[in-house]
Write a protein that binds this ligand. Structure first.
Ligand code: NDP
Ligand code: MG
Length: 392
C-alpha cells in the first residue's frame, strides 16, 4: 500500500533555503509533495518552480507581479494569489501537513504564526520569528500541539543530539560559529570592508541578509536567542564557540557532564531534510565527511569586543521583553543600508546599539506591542542612518 505523501508549503521557495528544500523534495518525491510555493518578487523562478512541482497554489508577495504569474500559469491547475495577506491565509489550507517557514526577516513572522494557529507542523528556518516574539510563538505552538522543527544547522544539531533524550535535563549547549570571513581581523580592518567581501562566506552559501549577519556575528546572536526559545534554556546555559571548519554543528552537555555533538560537512540540505522528514532519516547521496581532509578541528573563543553584535544580542536576550525585537528590526535596517553602501560595516552595530538604548522597553509585550516595536525601531534606525556620514 502506498503511504500518503507529506504535503509541504514552502514559504520563501525562491530563496536559498527554499530552493534547497525543493532539491530535497525532488530527490524524495515518493515521500513529499509540494502544496504551496511563495516568493517575494522573483516571479520567473516562482513560475519555473510551480511548473516543475505542480503545487495547489502559489503566492507572489509583490502584488504588481500578480498578472504576470497568473498569465504564465494559466495552462496549469494552480491557484495564483498575490500579497502578504495571501501568504498568511494560504498556510491555513486543509491539505497542508507541514509549513517550511523560509522567508527572511520579520516579514516571516505573521505567516508562521498563522500556520501554527492552523495547527500545521512547522519546519522553522526563519529564526527572526523566534528572536522577535519567541515567548508568544513557543506558547502558541505548545497550546496548539505544534512542533517547531529547527532548520538552522546549529539548532538541528542540538535537536538531533536530543533525540531519545527529551526527558533528560540539559546542563548547557555550545552553539558553534564559523567566525565568518573576518575572523581574527581587528576593527581597523572591519572599518574598510565593502559588501562584496562580506558577501563571501567561507563555508556556507546563503541569502544576502544572513551572509552579512554571519560576517558581523549577528547571525550567531540571533541563533543564541533562537536556541533559548526552541530548547527552553536560560541565557547562562548557552555558550558560543568559534569552530572555523563548520564540521561540528553544535553540542549538548547533559547534567552528567556527557557531551553529544552532531557532525557532518556543512550542507543545509541535511538539516532541511531532517526537519521535513522527522522522525525518519532519509537516505541521501550528500557528500560524506572524510577525516583525512580535516586532520584538525579547532575551537576558539568568540571575539565579542571586535564583533559587538554578538555582545549586543546577549545583552538584548538578558534584558528580555521587546529588546530582541528591537535588536532584530535595527539590524534589518542596518544590513539593508550596508548592502546599499550607505553605511560601513562597524556602523551596523552603532545603529543596533542606538536603537536598543532609544526605543521604549516593554517587559511583557503583546503581539501588537511587537508590531509597534518593530515599526518604531525602524523609524529610529532610519533617523540614525541619516545622521551617519556615508563612508566611501
Ligand atoms: P533568501 O534571501 O535567500 O530568501 C528569502 C525568501 O523569502 C525568498 O523566497 C524571498 O523571495 C522571500 N521574501 C523576502 N522578503 C519577503 C517578504 N517581505 N515577503 C514575502 N517573502 C519574502 O534567504 P535565505 O533562504 O538565506 O534565508 C531564509 C531564512 O532562513 C532566514 O530567516 C535565514 O536566517 C534562515 N536561515 C538560512 C540559512 C541559509 O543557509 N540560507 C541557514 C539557516 C537559517 P524573493 O526570492 O522573491 O526575493
Ligand atoms: Mg545557523
Amino acid at each position: 500500500m502506498e503511504t500518503k505523501k507529506k504535503n509541504i508549503a514552502i514559504l520563501g521557495s525562491t530563496g536559498s533555503i527554499g530552493t534547497q528544500a525543493l532539491d530535497v523534495i525532488r530527490a524524495n518525491s515518493d515521500i513529499f509533495a509540494v502544496e504551496v510555493l511563495t516568493g517575494n518578487e522573483n516571479a520567473d523562478l516562482l513560475i519555473k518552480q510551480a511548473i516543475e512541482f505542480n503545487p495547489n497554489a502559489v503566492v507572489i508577495a509583490e502584488e504588481s507581479k500578480y498578472l504576470y504569474v497568473k498569465e504564465a500559469l494559466k495552462a496549469f491547475d494552480i491557484k495564483v494569489f498575490a500579497g502578504n495577506k495571501a501568504i498568511v491565509e494560504v498556510v491555513t489550507m486543509d491539505s497542508i501537513d507541514m509549513v517550511l517557514a523560509a522567508i527572511v526577516g520579520y516579514a516571516g513572522l505573521e505567516s508562521t504564526i498563522s500556520a501554527i494557529k492552523a495547527e500545521k507542523q512547522i519546519a522553522l528556518a526563519n529564526k527572526e520569528t523566534l528572536v522577535v516574539a519567541g515567548d508568544l510563538v513557543t506558547a502558541l505552538a505548545k497550546e496548539k500541539g505544534v512542533n517547531l522543527y529547527p532548520v538552522d544547522s546549529e539548532h538541528s544539531a542540538i535537536f538531533q543530539c536530543l533525540a531519545g533524550e527529551f526527558q533528560n535535563p540539559i546542563e548547557k549547549i555550545y552553539l558553534t560559529a564559523s567566525g565568518g570571513p573576518f575572523r581574527g581581523k581587528d576593527k581597523n580592518f572591519l572599518a574598510t570592508i565593502k559588501k562584496e567581501q562580506a558577501l563571501k562566506h567561507p563555508n556556507w552559501e546563503m541569502g544576502a541578509k544572513i551572509t552579512i549577519d554571519s560576517a558581523s556575528l549577528m547571525n550567531k546572536g540571533l541563533e543564541v536567542i533562537e536556541a533559548k526559545w526552541l530548547f527552553g534554556l536560560k541565557p547562562e546555559q548557552i555558550e558560543v564557540i568559534v569552530h572555523p571548519q563548520s564540521i561540528v554543528h553544535s553540542i549538548v552537555q547533559f547534567i552528567d557532564g556527557s557531551m553529544k555533538a552532531q557532525m557532518g560537512l556543512p550542507d543545509m540540505k541535511l538539516p532541511i531534510q531532517y526537519a521535513l522528514g522527522y522522525p525518519q532519516r532519509i537516505k541521501s547521496d550528500f557528500p560524506r565527511f572524510n577525516f583525512m581532509n580535516y586532520p584538525q578541528l579547532t575551537f576558539e573563543q568568540a571575539d565579542t569586543k571586535t564583533f559587538r553584535n554578538l555582545a549586543l544580542a546577549f545583552e538584548a536576550m538578558n534584558k528580555g521583553g521587546n529588546s530582541p525585537c528591537i535588536l532584530n528590526a535595527a539590524n534589518e535596517i542596518a544590513v539593508e543600508a550596508f548592502l546599499k553602501d550607505k553605511i560601513g560595516f562597524l556602523e551596523m552595530s552603532d545603529i543596533v546599539e542606538h536603537c536598543l538604548q532609544t526605543v521604549s522597553f516593554i517587559n511583557k509585550p503583546s503581539y501588537a506591542d511587537y508590531v509597534e516595536t518593530d515599526t518604531e525601531t525602524r523609524r529610529v534606525a532610519f533617523n540614525q542612518l541619516s545622521n551617519l556620514t556615508i563612508k566611501q
